[in-house]
Design a protein around this ligand. Structure first.
Ligand SMILES: O=P(O)(O)OC[C@H]1O[C@](O)(CO)[C@@H](O)[C@@H]1O
Length: 244
């Protein structure tokens, strides 16, 4: 695991965008695994700026998002479909047909999840997977558990995740209680993993991800076993980690 220390959120976002941009330059038809949440928004905006200037070309790129709330339509402003269009896809020269997010609008969880596994596998898995990390160490929506998950599946969100994500909803009751998420095994198939984290609320999770025991009670800790994982985090998120 390589840890890159960023001064602040903007620095973290630029460093992460540089790494993604290098991937796209080196392999113009690469497969990117993408994440939602507040953390990667600055990274997406930076990439969109470079794309606008002609410095980063997404025309041959395809993307696969990690997760989606179950029960929200693709046009629901709280859905991750909407989030991705709003924060990234509508601002870059990607072919929208090449963007993929689990189908939370499909109430048949088994069908929605197995179809998503099928298309991610058919794409050959991401060359680079971007990840945020939850305050409780979740990746995608893989919550702390007694085992590591495999493929895409339906999860019950924990109270802590519902609370953390309620900031984006009018009322806490509005936060969907379930989501479809890529499994930990699928995430580990990515050839490179890039984790972004900022803020003091992430400090414990970032410490446990990088230095704690590898355990499903902190799903992100499995990333210690990945051969090409880079963590870009700001000073606050790294506050509990050893200096070097
Ligand atoms: O970046 P945020 O908003 O702190 O979210 C962290 C993680 O939580 C999720 O939004 C899910 O709760 C993930 O998609 C994300 O990686």
């Amino acid at each position: 695991m390589k840890i890159l220390r960023a001064k602040d959120y903007d620095d973290m976002s630029r460093k992460a965008a540089n790494i993604i941009s290098a991937q796209v330059i080196l392999k113009p038809n690469c497969v990117l695994g993408l994440a939602t949440g507040s953390t990667p928004i600055g990274t997406y905006h930076q990439l969109a700026k470079w794309c606008d200037k002609g410095d980063c070309d997404f025309s041959q790129v395809s993307t696969y998002n990690l997760d989606e709330y179950r029960g929200l339509s693709h046009d629901d402003p709280q859905s991750y479909h909407y989030f991705m269009r709003e924060n990234f896809f509508d601002h870059i020269n990607i072919d929208q047909a090449n963007t993929h997010v689990p189908d939370g609008a499909n109430p048949d969880a088994e069908a929605a999840c197995s179809e998503y596994d099928r298309i991610v596998a058919a794409a050959g898995y991401p060359d680079l997977q971007l990840l945020g990390i939850g305050n409780n160490g979740h990746i995608g929506f893989n919550e702390p558990d007694d085992h590591f998950s495999k493929g895409t599946h339906c999860v019950d969100l924990t109270e802590s995740t519902i609370k953390a994500n309620s900031r984006l909803f009018e009322r806490e009751e509005d936060v969907p209680r379930q989501a479809y998420t890529m499994g930990v095994q699928t995430i580990m198939y990515a050839r490179m993993i890039l984790v972004v984290a900022n803020g003091a609320a992430k400090a414990q999770a970032v410490h446990d991800m990088c230095f704690g025991p590898v355990t499903p009670s902190c799903p992100a800790s499995i990333l210690q076993l990945h051969t090409n994982c880079v963590v870009v985090a700001d000073e606050e998120a790294l506050a509990l980690c050893p200096a070097e």
